[in-house]
Write a new protein. Structure first.
Length: 224
């Protein structure tokens, strides 16, 4: 091979190396993305979002929607509005799940709650995705709800006996747009969040629950 040919080959290979390196450096780092999500939510005092909850499992498909409110520290309110009204309220220590159609209220301790909604109560101020999700990594083969988002996967600590995997979809603004939970029984529960409004002045009364007249109070989670 002539000197000129070797020179052209060297230039070509060098160009390929720089192109590959540039692509590699441009790819997002899962740790940096997770840290950006942590920082985004940890600085918030409150959050309001529309939500859709989709469940698939054991031949059942259920699609519900409503509005979610979160407030630091550890307070939440899920108002289900379609297809039927339900209410899930947590004041940071205790929680209540109200089923108007059954005139029944379930009261429980948030610390002992195994409901998959409960970790979201502590999203504000205590977010640390890399610590909470073991083996956190990108899931490039999973189709995102919105094309510009990225999807990460991991196994939530302390829920290994119930959950196979959790997928978290993150927007370019580092908001959580979707959470998909794959349970060990092969059921799927998906939460989609939209119209997110941050740091609203939410009254404490929104996170207090008063037993409706004529309702039965049951201690423990639904299904216990």
């Amino acid at each position: 091979m002539s000197f000129a040919s070797r020179s052209r080959q060297f230039v070509f290979l060098t160009g390929l190396w720089f192109a590959a390196a540039s692509i590699g450096w441009a790819l997002p780092n899962v740790r940096l993305v997770a840290q950006a999500v942590d920082e985004h939510y940890n600085r918030l005092q409150s959050l309001q979002a529309d939500f859709v909850e989709i469940y698939q499992g054991a031949g059942i498909e259920r699609n519900e929607s409503g509005i979610l409110w979160l407030k630091k520290p550890g307070k939440m309110r899920w108002e289900y509005r379609s297809p039927e009204e339900k209410l899930f309220v947590g004041d940071g220590r205790n929680g209540w799940f109200y089923l108007p159609a059954e005139k029944q209220v379930h009261r429980f301790s948030l610390a002992k709650l195994e409901d998959l909604r409960s970790p979201l109560a502590f999203l504000l101020g205590k977010t640390k995705l890399e610590k909470q999700l073991q083996g956190l990594s990108f899931a490039p083969e999973v189709r995102a709800w919105k094309s510009e988002d990225s999807v990460m996967r991991g196994l939530p600590r302390g829920m290994e006996s119930r959950v196979q995997e959790v997928l978290v979809e993150v927007t370019p603004e580092h908001q959580i747009a979707r959470i998909l939970i794959h349970a060990v029984d092969d059921s799927f529960t998906e939460y989609r969040f939209s119209n997110q409004k941050e740091d609203l002045a939410l009254p404490e009364a929104k996170f207090r629950f008063t037993l409706p007249p004529g309702s039965e109070l049951v201690e423990g989670e639904v299904g216990n």
